[in-house]
Design a protein around this ligand. Structure first.
Ligand code: DP6
Length: 332
């Protein structure tokens, strides 16, 4: 008998970035990372499981307009490897059929693999009949190789420790602190250097060791900022961290250069907004698009100022979210 499950998992924006891995295959980082789970950028994934001898999985991508196409070879292979892990966890044989849809462009630094592998793991676990605690689901999501997926399994503010035996844990629920994230999309094409390759190159940067020395204090600051709901503490740490991630990426050998002219333009606009009294701070993951984090009362100001910039193709008004959920409607 076929069983079907659908999960929607949100993306997340890292306040402290995972960049560089001790073990890339298993996504074992050098240091902890901290993120805010989003609510409007999500992946919805339906998984059907048939306990048959035939093991060939099928993976379909549904685009924003609803059109369906078979997944590209590389993405399909990553999905199938993750499905193998789920089969192994459940101790079963059978065939999966997967359909997946993003609410935002994939591969542009908006962490589509985080939401994608979190949604896939949750839906496949349910379809195959596994009832697992969030810690186990987080660690299964991480084993996809997308480390940030470990954080997308939880809502609110999330820390993923660096120890391989530990999964992500929630630092605070979404209701603890209503933060907004105005995402300035300046580039919609996939990034030139995938995160996995960026992680591989990170330790070749002469600044990587310095970063490892600076991080414990910044991690402490960010945890305290979240506990105290203090944007004054969080903001500067957030920008420093984003610039440092890109400093390491740009100075890796060979370099991974993610910025576009629009990136610089938005970073500049955020500084100007602050000079004019708006409390907004920028961060970006491995991509050109910029996340502008602020309290709800500044959201409209940020939106208005960023909408003026010709380099900004569109804005996504996002914010802290409660995490993944199962759906009763399916994509298959
Ligand atoms: C810069 O290996 O988790 O976003 O899933 O593609 O985002 P994606 O890759 P992953 O690396 C994430 C790198 C980062 C920082 C972060 O999210 O911590």
């Amino acid at each position: 008998m076929t069983s079907v499950a659908t999960a929607t998992a949100p993306s997340n924006i890292a306040f402290i970035k995972y960049w560089g891995a001790r073990d890339l295959e298993r996504a074992v980082p050098f240091h902890p990372s901290i993120s805010m789970t989003l609510r409007r950028c999500w992946t919805m994934t339906t998984v059907a499981f048939e306990p048959v001898a035939e093991q060939r999985d099928e993976v379909v991508v549904v685009d924003e307009g609803g059109a369906r196409r078979p997944a590209g070879a590389e993405f399909r292979a990553r999905v199938c490897r993750q499905l193998d892990r789920l089969r192994e966890e459940a101790g079963t044989r059978g065939r999966f059929i997967v359909a997946t849809r993003n609410s935002f462009p994939a591969g542009t630094g908006l962490a589509s693999s985080a939401s994608g592998f979190a949604a896939l793991t949750l839906a496949a676990a349910k379809a195959v009949g596994l009832e697992l605690p969030p810690e186990r689901l987080s660690s299964l999501a991480r084993s996809s190789g997308s480390g940030s997926a470990a954080r997308s399994v939880l809502g609110g503010y999330v820390e993923w420790p660096a120890r391989p035996d530990l999964s992500a844990r929630q630092l605070a629920a979404a209701s603890h602190w209503d933060l907004r994230d105005v995402i300035a999309v300046v580039e919609e094409d996939p990034k030139a250097v995938p995160s996995l390759e960026g992680h591989r190159r990170a330790p070749t940067s002469p600044y990587f060791e310095t970063r490892l020395r600076l991080l414990p204090e910044r991690l402490r600051l960010v945890r305290e900022a979240i506990a105290r709901r203090s944007l004054d503490l969080l903001g500067p740490a957030l920008e420093e961290e984003a610039i440092e991630l890109h400093l390491v990426a740009m100075s890796s050998r060979p370099p991974a250069f993610y910025w576009k002219p629009g990136t610089v333009r938005v970073l500049e606009a955020v500084r100007t907004m602050r000079e004019d009294g708006c409390e907004a701070w920028a961060t970006l993951d491995a991509g050109a698009n910029v996340h502008v984090v602020c309290a709800p009362r500044w959201e409209a100001w940020v939106q208005r100022e960023l909408a003026r910039l010709p380099e900004v193709r569109r804005l996504i008004l996002d914010g802290v979210g409660e995490g993944p959920r199962y759906e009763s409607e399916h994509l298959l």
